[in-house]
Design a protein around this ligand. Structure first.
Ligand code: MRU
Length: 343
């Protein structure tokens, strides 16, 4: 279907991740043999995308359980502090917090240290497998939204490289392509980290899907003057009322979609749904000003320029047509649909 390896894997001794900082020039791997390395990989975006960092964190915990000596109680303390370290890496995407809690819950009932290690590894592997299954199912539900000749727009990378494999927003595209449909995708470059330009264009082109890369500021022109049939984005966190936190610029796209009557879909597994938080609880990650002030290491603004670099924004439920999950497409009212898929 797509000829990309899994974004993140655990071979029993190391966590192995595609090094996304190097894309599109090189498809190389980054290997971690301890939890500090995994935490660095998540923070520095060697691995990025909500479901991919969830799997990396879960494998990081599994790896950590194999690295520390001691009895069950000592190991539990170690795992708790590794979990805190991972939680401090990136604050907005919910999946990572969900995955960490899952591994911690799985080890609670362990009989002894060996049983604890086995449980941590089994749970982390299951989290990764579930992600692949969820994406296949998101693809099945979402492909019905794509027609012959569709012009689809997307932002950032909610692709295979943002998940364990296949992607969320891209899964419907890959499955529609498999069925022989022809369509094209407008990809927003997604400043400042350029996940659209570097990563989404890379993986869609690799799958033979025609891409038109545009700068973020061209979205309004393309939508109003050239026509777009469908917008699909990913999500980093979805609240119980249907509010979506996703890559900076997603809110702008949703407003454009509303203004021009274009269906605006969010594709995400149910592990992205945070059933307890309200908007004010969610921390928007503010990233390093260097990301904005430089391009490829070269400064593009006067030295000393003040920068604001929010990595995510908030899209209200009224701007969203539907949420494509592995359990089906949630339509309005989104809050009711979300309650249904979670029960
Ligand atoms: O900062 P990133 O690259 O981790 O942000 C990624 C996104 O915003 C994705 O759209 C989101 O994580 C969904 S990935 C399936």
């Amino acid at each position: 279907m797509i000829d990309l390896p899994r974004t993140v894997e655990f071979d029993g001794r190391k966590v192995v991740m595609i090094d996304q900082r190097k894309l599109p020039d090189e498809l190389t791997f980054f290997e971690c043999e301890d939890i500090d390395c995994v935490s660095f990989a998540i923070r520095s975006m060697v691995v990025r995308g909500a479901p991919a960092i969830a799997a990396a964190a879960a494998f990081g915990l599994a790896l950590h359980s194999t690295k520390v000596e001691g009895d069950r109680e000592g190991l539990i303390r170690e795992m708790m502090s590794a979990a805190d370290l991972l939680r401090s890496t990136r604050p907005t995407a919910y999946n990572m917090f969900w995955a960490i809690d899952r591994v911690l819950r799985a080890i609670e009932g362990a009989r002894d240290a060996d049983d604890l290690r086995e449980r941590a590894i089994r749970e982390a592997r299951e989290i990764a497998e579930e992600d692949v299954r969820a994406n296949l199912s998101i693809g099945e539900h979402g492909k019905r939204l794509i027609n012959e000749g569709s012009r689809v727009m997307t932002i950032c990378n909610a692709g295979s490289l943002a998940t364990v494999w296949l992607g969320t927003a891209t899964a419907p595209l890959y499955l529609a392509k498999e069925e022989g449909l022809n369509f094209e995708v407008y990809v927003l470059e997604t400043r400042p980290v350029l996940q659209g330009a570097r990563i989404t264009s890379f993986e869609l082109r690799r799958a033979g899907i025609p891409v038109k890369l545009i700068v973020d500021g061209a979205a309004g022109y393309v939508i109003s003057e050239m026509g777009v049939d469908l917008i699909i984005t990913g999500a980093d966190r979805i609240l119980s009322d249907g509010t979506v936190f996703n890559k900076i610029g997603t809110y702008t796209l949703s407003v454009l979609a509303k203004e021009h009557g274009i269906p605006f879909y969010v594709a995400a597994p149910t592990s992205t749904i945070d059933p307890r938080s309200s908007s004010r609880d969610v921390r928007i990650e503010m990233r390093d000003p260097e990301e904005v002030i430089t391009i490829n290491g070269r400064r593009i603004a006067p030295e000393g320029t003040e920068v604001l670099n929010p990595a995510f924004d908030r899209t209200p439920p009224e701007n969203i047509t539907g949420i494509i999950t592995e359990r089906g497409v949630i339509r309005k009212p989104l809050d009711e649909g979300i309650r249904r898929v979670l029960t």
